[in-house]
Ligand binder design. Structure first.
Ligand code: S3P
Length: 164
């Protein structure tokens, strides 16, 4: 089985993805980490040196490669992965998508003081909040196509939603 956790930066995809993979005794894949390994650069460097369009292309190529592989995994996608190059279509054609739909304030709390997210850098908390709100408004149309939507995601609710 392929399980894809999707949602905004700060929604807990990596943390919960790791826990879920461990519980299911399957592989955990962090798509951002795969991109960094492939490029030999950090996400921040990729955005700065090669640009967002390039990042989105590599992101989509690696997403497709995993989606068409024979392996089972739990993947934490990057926040934009479902929203470019028909990522959500790739995801839904190959596995189970779960949207971690957490409140805006939680996203703000989880993404402030982090310098590793180029789209959210150098903002005051107020700017960060409005940026996150704008990005989320644009992306909801993609996130809403997930097979499962969890508003208070934790390991138990994830397992229940998968009927495991
Ligand atoms: C992005 C989210 C990041 C990373 C990149 C772009 C986005 O991943 O892929 O910085 O467009 O929302 P996280 O969602 O894990 O922060």
């Amino acid at each position: 089985m392929k399980i894809f956790l999707i949602g905004m930066p700060g929604s807990g995809k990596s943390t919960l993805g790791r826990q879920l993979a461990e519980k299911l005794m399957t592989t955990f894949v962090d798509l951002d980490q795969e991109i960094e390994n492939y490029e030999g650069k950090s996400i921040t460097e990729i955005f700065a040196k090669l640009g967002e369009d390039h990042f989105r292309l590599v992101e989509s190529q690696l997403l497709r490669a995993f989606a068409s592989s024979e392996t089972s995994f739990v993947m934490a996608t990057g926040g934009g992965a479902p929203c470019f190059h028909n990522g959500i279509g790739t995801i839904n054609d190959s596995g189970v998508s779960i949207f971690l739909d957490v409140p805006l304030e939680q996203l703000v709390a989880q993404t402030s003081n982090r310098s590793t997210r180029p789209l959210l850098q150098n903002d005051s908390e107020e700017e960060l909040r409005s940026k996150l709100r704008n990005i989320r408004d644009k992306r909801l149309q993609f996130y809403q196509q997930a097979r499962i939507r969890l508003q208070k995601p934790d390991l138990d609710s994830l397992l229940k939603s998968l009927m495991l």
